[in-house]
Design a protein around this ligand. Structure first.
Ligand code: ATP
Ligand code: MG
Length: 172
């Protein structure tokens, strides 16, 4: 299972568009693909899903069906990551939907980054949450390829997202 992150610090250069088309292309070539939207703008999620589905995923009254639902126990401080919500786009393509709420989680990621140096277990759980959420979804889908779309910045989400392609014990 290969994981590819598409990053450029400059915005609007076509990262999301490229991820969207590559995801379809790989799935049509017979590869099993999981795409994860880690950009709080959630443009990739909007490209893949119709408006009615987006309303359901980002419902203010019902449960969230985005990546935020998997992060929820960590954010509330009640436990570890929850089951990864995944939308099936076609028989070989799955999407982990993004969420504007990721912008708020970014503050927490910033704080826990430093706490990892103190060896605090909750800090490692938070920092490695993207890695574990995405790898779990990939494993469940028996994915050949995981594609990550990230925002155009060097913030805490991206710092935690880049090493998704390698396990935390190799981050050094
Ligand atoms: N190959 C292309 N040729 C022309 N226009 C393109 C191409 N790829 C993307 N675009 C257009 O450029 C704009 C920005 O694309 P996109 O949202 O994919 O960029 P991005 O790098 O993901 O942006 P951001 O940094 O904000 O996440 C969109 O309007 C998109 O339709
Ligand atoms: Mg983008």
């Amino acid at each position: 299972m290969k994981t590819l992150a598409f990053f450029n610090n400059k915005g609007g250069v076509g990262k999301t568009t490229l991820v969207y088309h590559l995801a379809w292309m790989f799935s049509q070539m017979g590869k099993r693909v999981v795409v994860a939207d880690l950009d709080p703008q959630a443009n990739l999620t909007s490209m893949f899903l119709p408006e009615t589905k987006l309303e359901e995923i980002w419902s203010e009254t019902g449960p969230s069906l985005s990546i935020m639902s998997a992060l929820s126990p960590i954010i509330r401080g009640t436990g570890d990551i929850d089951v990864t919500p995944v939308q099936k786009i076609n028989p070989a393509l799955w999407l982990i939907p993004g969420d504007l709420g990721l912008a708020q989680f970014e503050g927490e990621l910033s704080e826990t980054w430093g706490k990892c140096l103190d060896g605090k277990e909750p800090a490692f759980r938070t920092t490695s949450s993207f890695y574990r959420i995405i790898q779990a979804a990939g494993k469940k889908a028996k994915a050949d390829i995981i594609l990550l779309d990230v925002g155009p910045n060097l913030g805490a989400i991206n710092r935690a997202a880049y090493p998704v392609s390698m396990p935390p014990w190799q981050w050094a």
